[in-house]
Write a protein that binds this ligand. Structure first.
Ligand code: SF4
Ligand code: SF4
Length: 88
């Protein structure tokens, strides 16, 4: 069962080749889930801190081309925006 607030990403990777920013969407969503599930632990900020700035959630340009191909119909752009906001 999904924890409330987490997203049902199956890491199928269908979305990845559709992202003009070349974000590793499934990895970011996995970190988002971890962050939500733990109520804001240190793992996600640490993992994101190790990424170059242009691969972090705030690098999403909200184009939604990933969402057109996601079988789980995850609103990826909104999730990444929320992730960036949670991390300040
Ligand atoms: S909405 Fe964001 S994550 Fe999705 S394809 Fe566009 S830039 Fe990439
Ligand atoms: S297409 Fe959807 S379910 Fe598949 S990896 Fe991307 S976000 Fe996750």
């Amino acid at each position: 069962m999904l924890h409330e607030g987490t997203v049902p990403c199956t890491a199928c990777h269908y979305c990845v080749s559709h992202c003009p920013q070349e974000l590793d969407i499934p990895t970011l969503l996995n970190l988002y889930n971890e962050h939500v599930y733990t109520g804001g632990g240190f793992i996600a900020p640490m993992a994101l801190g190790a990424l170059p700035a242009d691969k972090r959630p705030e690098a999403c340009i909200q184009c939604r081309s990933c969402e057109d191909v996601c079988p789980q119909q995850i609103k990826i752009s909104e999730v990444l925006e929320d992730f960036a906001a949670r991390l300040g």
